[in-house]
Design a protein around this ligand. Structure first.
Ligand code: ZN
Length: 389
């Protein structure tokens, strides 16, 4: 058994405990938490300055883009960002397989215990299989050519099967509301009934412009690429009205990623339709690509179930959930760390159905993370992670 004492212990299944004592089995199973000094001197108490919390759940990553670190220019907006990927990829000198392995290790060192990872290929199977981090792979499809929908779907299902036959969980998901033909959307949803779904959602102002006014940078990009989107995308409907609400039942669990440009009416529509909508934010990637952050005050007012993602090293300098929280609190200092940590640990674990992760509930095995260099309960620019369990 280990006894861990810290300035603050934030269990997330109960209120934070000042100068708390966390009792855990040697294998990391939580026994209990209290604020009473142990009477036994059988065990040495490990004393830490800082905040102790459960391991982080990174709900949005693209591990297979890890070799694209420091390649993409910042603040271009999403349309330019996406259109530059193929060329920049060719300029890349890093070995993809090594970069994936390195990124996985770095996430583990950053206190991340579980990851929802967007996968377009099977490049990450081996690393995920051998990793101490728990992965769910979202096998992502896109394609606006309706004649190719069947082929894309068959290829996607093959990739899902490869993950599953390696003992990894995986599900088929759409990339974004604007990047699939109705035929492909329908195909993806028909093959992913009762599975975990995710979608990039309202990441850029040009997504809303495309749907509502058929103009803007994304519309221009599609036109340049020769896609006849006007006959497909059902203009005048917003992202959810086009790609989610007509297809999916109320009880479908869905993780909406980014939502940087979601307005109150967009949020209301989705929250009214779905009983299990989760709202993932990747603030550092939003800042990197668009130089903007979501309206977290609105999200909190709407009582959304918020989770944290790091996105990929193509649009972030690190895959660290804590660094995402630091950026949020720097700009929204009134959001308490306790609440941010429930986004970073508990809500993600709940989305994936990982009952053993996300809080210090007795009997669970969530990992134990120390956040050093804090100011009371507030994070500071120097706050960093030390993995205790
Ligand atoms: Zn993404």
């Amino acid at each position: 058994m280990r006894i861990i004492q810290a300035s603050w212990i934030i269990p997330l299944n109960a209120a934070p405990v000042e100068s708390g004592y966390l009792y855990i089995e040697d294998d990391g199973t939580v026994i209990h938490l209290n604020d009473i000094a142990p009477i036994t001197d059988h065990f040495e108490v490990e004393v830490y300055e800082g905040i102790v919390c459960p391991g982080f759940v990174n709900t949005h990553c693209h591990l297979e883009l890890s070799h694209m670190t420091e390649l993409m220019p910042e603040a271009t907006g999403l349309a330019k960002f996406v259109s530059q990927i193929p060329q920049r990829r060719q300029e890349c000198t890093l070995d993809p397989a090594q970069s994936i392995k390195h990124a996985d290790r770095k996430m583990h060192d950053a206190g991340i215990v579980a990851v929802g990872d967007i996968s377009n290929t099977t490049d990450t199977v081996k690393v995920k299989k051998d990793s101490p981090v728990k992965y769910h792979s979202f096998v992502e499809l896109f394609g606006l050519d309706k004649d190719k929908a069947d082929i894309l779907l068959a290829d996607g299902l093959k990739i899902v099967e490869e993950y599953r036959s390696s003992g990894l969980s995986a599900s088929l998901v759409p990339h974004a509301p604007y990047s699939l033909s109705p035929q492909l959307l329908e195909g993806v949803y028909s093959k992913s009934k009762d599975q975990l779904l995710t979608i990039h959602h309202q990441e850029t102002p040009s997504e809303n412009e495309l749907f509502l006014e058929s103009k803007g940078e994304l519309a221009d990009l599609f036109e340049r690429k020769g896609f006849d989107i006007s006959s497909q995308l059902g203009f005048g409907k917003n992202s959810a009205q086009y790609s989610l609400l007509p297809y999916l039942p109320k009880e479908q669990k869905i993780l909406l990623v980014h939502n940087t440009c979601s307005e109150a009416t967009d949020i209301d529509q989705i929250e009214t339709h779905f009983t299990h909508a989760y709202w993932c934010t990747c603030p550092k990637a939003n800042w990197y690509i668009e130089r903007r952050l979501p309206n977290y005050d609105l999200w909190r007012e709407k009582n959304l179930k918020i989770t944290i993602g790091t996105d990929s090293l193509a649009s972030n300098d690190t895959l660290s959930v804590l660094e995402e929280l630091k950026l949020i609190q720097k700009n929204f200092s009134h959001i308490p760390t306790n609440e941010l940590l429930s986004w970073a640990c508990k809500n993600g674990a709940e989305f994936f159905g990982y009952d053993e992760l996300g809080s210090f509930k007795p009997g669970s095995k969530p990992g134990v993370v120390l956040i050093e260099n804090v100011d009371g309960m507030q994070l500071t620019p120097g706050s960093k992670v030390k993995v205790l369990v």
